[in-house]
Design a protein around this ligand. Structure first.
Ligand code: FAD
Length: 519
């Protein structure tokens, strides 16, 4: 007996923040619609989709991370000290790397392109930074973008005050603001980073994952069902329009057909085009204009900490060593204020600055670290978009799941290299503004490390052959099929993209809800 229904109104493929957004908006605005969400990975947290950082027991947390790592489960990750600087290709905990096809001869490739396969997707492992796009990062043909971003904030539970009590956070912000704010409009000045996190009444931090996006509205919806360990192998079309999906039950290996009026593919920026390709939906722009954010990181130390230390924040020694990689992702603790230096077209970097528990470089034993005084800086650069940068798929070779194998074609242009060089110089200046730089020079992350792959199923204002979907995220070539996630973003962004993807998913979900109402 199949555990799947024969037909539903809407199928959602993928349970990361983008897929969860469709489930939530449909639960709120079309509660009578029958919705099935298929997720290839297992459920690793409770409630389903919850961030694994909320799992208190470290052993249980690492099991949840490992179960999210698909074919990479058990491989070494960047968590081991020095792993990133050693030059080895390693994934972050909870993610796994593309093993083949990440770099073509003579190209830069994306050596650390990564995925998560679990209920909640990468949203069960992310840092939760939710800045808004500014300047050329914004999608000019969406007049309602700000309203959609507000909805994104609501769904992701974004706050700005969770770290207000972290030591030195105000000081870091003041120092950066004094150096950078002159001439910037208010929205683009140095400020607290909006984060998908909140504090419980007992003071504990709770990180938002897809569970927060689903919300009670989805969990209480009797017409919504999430099926984990279910691989959607292709979208079915009837007369060119969505008619359902083919889905493989990974528990039994059996293949089933589920009919649907609408299919939303929210399978991340590399696998959403994979599902379309496997379905024979192959517009020219599919997989193209692929872009990621080059990223340079550095650390600095507030040396005059003693004189400016808040009460109770001096004297103790932080334990341990974090990887350079952790400067921008994942090492947030109680000591971490997170400061945002917004992107502008004139200064084309997005800055994420946060206090670390420990130094990325081991400090001398007789040199105790004041909590919060080691500050990690990360600058992300927007890509110079190129048609030839793309994820391509094979009709002959298959990946570990049996889907068309991926091959990434990716090059940095001269402009990309010039912007990166400028970022490397800028980050040294910022490190000096905040404190005393640690280490000789900034570290530039291997390509793919930002995990912010975009553009592969990009949105366009019109069907001009340069885009895959409409402003509502409906695939031009396949009515009734919607795409979601960072791949939909058509602009070159430097800021973390999830809030924007969720905002775009809100728009698509509202369109489906209104079509269902008119049905
Ligand atoms: P995902 O969350 O990747 O979910 C896609 C889901 O689709 C996966 O669960 C996958 O298993 C499933 N799937 C794929 N193919 C199929 C198929 N054929 N059938 C069924 N299911 C399928 N972003 C930010 O904006 N800010 C940050 O601070 C930030 N920090 C990060 C830190 C880390 C360590 C990581 C790992 C990521 C971070 N990101 C951050 C990126 C962020 O997590 C992603 O942008 C976000 O999760 C994308 O959401 P999504 O729903 O599009 O895709």
């Amino acid at each position: 007996m199949s555990r799947y229904p024969e037909s539903v109104d809407v199928v959602i493929v993928g349970s990361g923040p983008a897929g969860a957004t469709y489930a939530r908006i449909l639960s709120e605005e079309a509660p009578d619609a029958v919705v099935a969400l298929f997720e290839v990975g297992p459920t690793v947290s409770d409630p389903p989709g919850a961030h694994v950082k909320n799992i208190e027991d470290p052993a249980a947390r690492s099991i949840a991370q490992e179960r999210s790592e698909g074919p990479g489960a058990g491989a070494d990750t960047v968590s081991s000290p020095g792993a990133v600087t050693s030059g080895q290709r390693r994934a972050r905990p909870g993610t796994y790397l593309l093993e083949e096809g990440f770099q073509e001869p003579g190209e830069d490739g994306m050596p650390v392109a990564a995925f998560s396969s679990n209920v909640g997707g990468m949203g069960a492992h992310w840092t939760g930074a939710c800045p808004r796009p500014g300047g050329s990062e914004r999608i000019a043909f969406l007049p309602d973008l700000d309203d959609l971003l507000d909805e994104g904030d609501r769904l992701l539970g974004v706050t700005t005050d969770a770290f207000d009590s972290a030591p030195f956070t105000a000081l870091v912000r003041e120092r950066l603001a004094a150096a950078l704010d002159d001439g910037r409009p208010p929205a683009q000045r140095v400020q607290r980073m909006p984060l998908a996190v909140h504090r419980r009444d007992d003071g504990r931090l709770v990180w938002s994952g897809s569970d927060v996006v689903f919300g009670d509205a989805t969990r209480a919806n009797p017409n919504f069902t999430l099926y984990d360990e279910s691989l959607v192998t292709r979208v079915l079309l009837d007369g060119g329009r969505a008619s359902g999906v083919e889905v493989r039950d990974r528990r039994t290996g059996e293949l089933h057909t589920v009919r649907a009026w609408f299919v939303v593919v929210a399978a991340d920026a590399l696998r959403t085009p994979q599902v379309l390709w496997a379905s024979g939906i192959r517009p020219d722009a599919l997989g193209r204009m692929l872009n990621d954010q080059t990223q340079t990181v550095y650390a600095t130390r507030i040396r005059d900490a003693e004189s400016v230390a808040p009460a109770g924040a001096s004297g103790s020694t932080a334990e341990g060593d974090v990887g350079v990689d952790e400067i921008v992702d994942g090492a947030i603790s109680e000591q971490s204020g997170v400061t945002w230096v917004p992107f502008t077209d004139e200064v084309p970097f997005h800055g994420q600055v946060m206090q670390l528990d420990a130094s990325p470089i081991p400090l001398a034993d007789d040199d105790p670290v004041v909590p919060g005084s080691i500050v990690g800086l990360g600058l992300f650069c927007a890509k110079d978009l190129q048609w030839d940068d793309r994820v391509a798929f094979s009709d002959d070779e298959q990946d570990w799941y049996g889907m068309p194998a991926l091959r990434i074609h990716y090059r940095l242009t001269d402009r990309d290299r010039a912007v990166l060089e400028r970022a490397q110089a800028e980050i040294v200046e910022l490190a000096k503004v905040v404190g005393e730089p640690i280490g000789d020079r900034p570290f530039t992350m291997p390509l793919g490390a930002s995990l912010h792959y975009q553009g592969s199923v990009r949105m366009g204002e019109t069907d001009d052959g340069r885009s895959v979907c409409s402003p509502d995220s409906e695939v031009w070539a396949a009515p009734g099929v919607f795409v979601a996630g960072n791949g939909v973003i058509p602009t070159a962004t430097a800021c973390n993209p999830t809030l924007t993807s969720v905002a775009l998913a809100v728009k698509g979900a509202k369109r489906i809800a209104s079509d269902l109402a008119a049905h």
